[in-house]
Ligand binder design. Structure first.
Ligand code: FES
Ligand code: FES
Length: 153
């Protein structure tokens, strides 16, 4: 076990973790941040997407012990108080989900790709969101939500 201090959504979180603990497990099971979802746990679905230093990463493939002094943002850190992030609001407005399990990862990817300038067309959005799988097949609504988020973000 090693001590690790994570900076998550602007707050310092001190944990003791096994060196092999993924960031996903540290967030969900130790930090109590269960908004980030575990789908495949092997880098194939995107459900666990978070931001580290403003770049999207798969938290299931990231070791928590290597995240010291990095700025981690999870779905819980997007809203501004009671005001949803524009991309969160767009997902609500466009029904960009069905069961909702993939949604936090979809939203974290969408926020990042908009910042990266990859929301210029529906084809571009589909390409840059392709790492986020939705088993409910809500893709048309997700693309519409990302387009709106890009306009308003
Ligand atoms: Fe990380 Fe599926 S849980 S990619
Ligand atoms: Fe169910 Fe995407 S909304 S998996």
């Amino acid at each position: 076990m090693v001590p690790v201090t994570l900076r998550v959504n602007g707050e310092m979180v001190k944990l003791m973790v096994d060196q092999r603990t993924s960031l996903l497990d540290a967030l969900r099971e130790q930090a109590g941040l269960t908004g980030t979802k575990k789908g495949c746990d092997r880098g194939s679905c995107g459900a666990c997407t978070v931001h580290i230093d403003d770049r999207r990463v798969l938290s299931c493939l990231t070791l928590a012990a290597r995240c010291q002094n990095r700025e981690i943002t999870t779905i819980e850190g997007l809203a501004n108080g009671n005001k949803l992030h524009p991309v969160q609001a767009a997902f609500m407005q466009h029904d960009g989900f069905q069961c909702g399990y993939c949604t936090p990862g979809q939203i974290m990817s969408a926020v990042a790709l908009i910042k990266e300038g990859h929301a210029g067309s529906t084809d571009e959005i589909r390409e840059w969101m392709s790492g986020n799988i939705c088993r409910c097949g809500a893709y048309p609504n997700i693309v519409a939500a990302v387009q709106q988020g890009a306009r308003e973000g």
